[in-house]
Structure formats: structure tokens, C-alpha cells
Design a protein around this ligand. Structure first.
Ligand SMILES: [Mn+2]
Length: 303
């Protein structure tokens, strides 16, 4: 079954039924159907990296079993196709996550999947719908209080980040040329069987000042959102959950990063009134367990 996911062989009419069968298959970790789930208007998660040992699958399963939303955005790098090609690693808990997401779609949650650079093999299905999961290259999200947010994975800015220093001297034309170059560089690398050239990964390992790198990235993404005339942007990619406000042409632009499920285990949520919040799931579990421990237990009285 998962060969189909990776190779993307969805072109036949039996695929919808196959997805249904898969969604209803036995779970290694049974879904918690009892208890009240926290309900949000919108949930954003990204950088899950299914297919790698780094993925915190159990924490994500706990998140999915305690949270519900009208809309859920999967903001890229959900499945690590590049790593899977090198070495196949797919424990049962990773199937459980895919099943839960498909089930959620069946129950009526609108699910929008925006593939990232590690799952870019799904980008060829942009505009299609698999088992209720819409695949998009990017999306616009309107919050309950009327803000318009651009939602994208964020690898689109890697080339600009690398060239950041000398770009300061060359200016805007080079900025746009590099945006195009990034696509070509990675298309050629893909043809040669080389992995996606990931600037953020390079930076994490080689750049001394990671804080400065992240700050520049946030600025560049917010600037792109400002140029599009939207109120803000939601992205992932750099595995650093964050909320920052920038000014573009005298207008405030919100930058939101929904983090990752490798290191931080964060999700971004929108409440019913449009208020947004970054959740750190290990802290949410600790809070929940503390509340459960302090709750007085009701003991039925003997008649
Ligand atoms: Mn990425």
C-alpha cells in the first residue's frame, strides 16, 4: 500500500476504495474515541517527517486524538520521501497517523495538504483530492476575524537565504532571478538523483549563528507576504515555531511558523474567534495530566 503513496500511483478508479480500506484498517495504537476533544476552527501542522526515526509519532497521535478542527492544514514535509528512498523505515505508528488523517477527512474536517521539499513528489498532484485530502501548492486562509493569511511550506525561499549577503548589493531583480533558479537547481538535482538541496539543513549544521539565520528567514517570508498584500503568512520548513510581527509599507504583516514534530512538537491553532496560538504539545500533555491528577475522583456509594 505505501509503495503507492511514495510512487504516487493514484491514477486508477480503485484508489478511493483502497484509501477507504486503508483508513479503516487496524491501528497499532487504537484511536481514542472517548473523552472530549479540544475544538479549534483551524489547525496547522508541518514537518512531521514520517518515514524517519526522528518523527515523534506517539506525540502526534496523542495530539490528533485530543484535538478537532473544522479545517486542518498539513503544511509540508509530512512524509520524508527523500529519506524513504535511501532507507525504507515505516513503523505501524506512522500508518496510524495517515489513517487518522484520512478518517478525519471522512468525518468532515476539511484537510488541505501543501507538500514541502521532502514530500515534493506529491506536488505533481496539486489540485487533486485523495480521500477528502485536497492537495495544494499554497493556500489562502481567511480567519474568523477577517485576516487573510498565505499558507505555504517555505522552502521557496531557500535560494534567497543563501544569497542573502550579496543580495543586499544587487537588489530586487536578483531576488526574483534566484527564486526561479532555486526551482531549476532542484529540478536538475532531482534528475541526477541527488536529494533536495536544503538550505535550512545546511544552515543548522554549518552556520554558526543559527539565530541570525532564522531571523533573516522570517523577514524574507514576511516580506513575500507583504508583497502579496495579505495580512500574514503561515509556514513551516525551518522547524522553529514562532509568531512575529513585521511592517511592510506601513502595514503590519504577521509571521507564523507552526514548528515541527521532530524536535519542538508544535502545532498552530486558530480559536473560534480568530485568535491564534502556538501549542507546544509536550507542555499540553503535562498540563492535562496535572489536571487529571488533581481532579477529585467520584466513588459510587454502596447502597
Ligand atoms: Mn522543508
Amino acid at each position: 500500500m505505501f509503495g503507492d503513496y511514495i510512487e504516487g500511483n493514484f491514477g486508477n478508479s480503485t484508489s478511493a476504495a483502497a484509501l477507504d480500506d486503508f483508513a479503516n484498517g487496524p491501528a497499532a495504537i487504537p484511536e481514542k474515541t472517548h473523552g472530549k476533544r479540544r475544538k479549534f476552527r483551524t489547525v496547522w501542522i508541518s514537518d512531521v517527517h514520517l518515514g524517519t526515526k526522528g518523527c515523534n509519532a506517539e506525540l502526534l497521535i496523542d495530539f490528533l486524538d485530543h484535538v478537532d478542527s473544522d479545517t486542518m492544514y498539513l503544511v509540508g514535509d509530512i512524509i520524508d520521501g527523500w529519506r524513504l528512498k535511501k532507507k525504507f523505515y515505516w513503523p505501524a505508528s506512522h500508518n496510524d497517523i495517515v489513517r487518522r488523517i484520512l478518517k478525519r477527512a471522512k468525518r468532515g474536517t476539511r484537510i488541505v495538504y501543501i507538500p514541502g521539499n521532502h514530500d515534493e513528489m506529491f506536488r505533481q498532484f496539486t489540485g487533486l483530492n485523495f480521500g477528502g485530502v485536497e492537495i495544494r501548492r499554497a493556500a489562502f486562509h481567511d480567519t474568523a476575524d477577517g485576516r487573510r493569511l498565505m499558507v505555504l511550506h517555505g522552502d521557496e525561499f531557500d535560494a534567497i537565504m543563501l544569497a542573502h549577503r550579496w543580495l543586499a548589493f544587487v537588489g530586487d531583480a536578483a531576488y526574483h532571478a534566484l527564486m526561479a533558479a532555486n526551482v531549476w537547481v532542484n529540478a536538475v538535482r532531482q534528475r541526477l538523483g541527488l536529494p533536495y538541496w536544503s538550505l535550512s539543513k545546511l544552515a543548522k549544521h554549518k552556520v554558526k549563528n543559527a539565530v541570525e539565520f532564522i531571523s533573516h528567514y522570517e523577514e524574507i517570508v514576511a516580506r513575500a507576504a507583504g508583497e502579496r498584500g495579505v495580512d500574514g503568512v503561515v509556514c513551516g520548513h525551518i522547524h522553529t515555531a514562532e509568531h512575529r510581527l513585521f511592517s511592510h509599507d506601513g502595514k503590519t504583516v504577521e509571521y507564523w511558523n507552526d514548528g515541527d514534530w521532530v524536535e519542538g512538537c508544535n502545532a498552530l491553532v486558530e480559536h473560534a474567534d480568530g485568535r491564534m496560538e502556538i501549542l507546544h504539545w509536550p507542555a499540553e500533555i503535562a498540563r492535562r495530566e496535572a489536571a487529571e491528577a488533581s481532579r477529585p475522583t467520584l466513588v459510587p456509594q454502596a447502597a
